[in-house]
Design a binder for this molecule. Sequence first.
Ligand code: CMP
Length: 133
Amino acid sequence: MGNKTFTIIKPDAFGAGNSGPIIEKIEKAGFNIENMRLLKLDEDSASKFYSVHKEKPFFGRLCDYMCSGPIIVMELNKENAVEDFRKLIGATNPEDAEEGTIRKLFATSIEANAIHGSDSDENAEIEINFFFN
Ligand code: CMP
């Protein structure tokens, strides 16, 4: 069980002014912010970051969307970080997300789903290194 995860506050949530409430929920849930950056992705970086999805029908739209406005990327620390963070954010599709989760509260669609969370310790490491090394 690892103690690191990686998150992105996506363009929809940042643009709607929801970064503050989202960060508050993350900290109140016991995560420590180890690293944080505000940035705007370009298409090249977005397609590298999401290369695991490159055969998916939504890949082009996903990359365009992730480049559509500023994002906040964070490295987070907590015991059992990956699993606990995925519980905090809820299901990928906000329609399926539980009450009180970040996506239920702030996401508007499966694409504009407010926030990303790493799906494994291995990917957390890769994603942290992508933005912070
Ligand atoms: P996330 O898990 O953060 O990273 C991959 C993203 O792809 C995911 O969030 C969704 O925003 C997006 N995604 C996944 N499935 C679909 C889908 N069926 N249609 C559109 N976007 C999707």
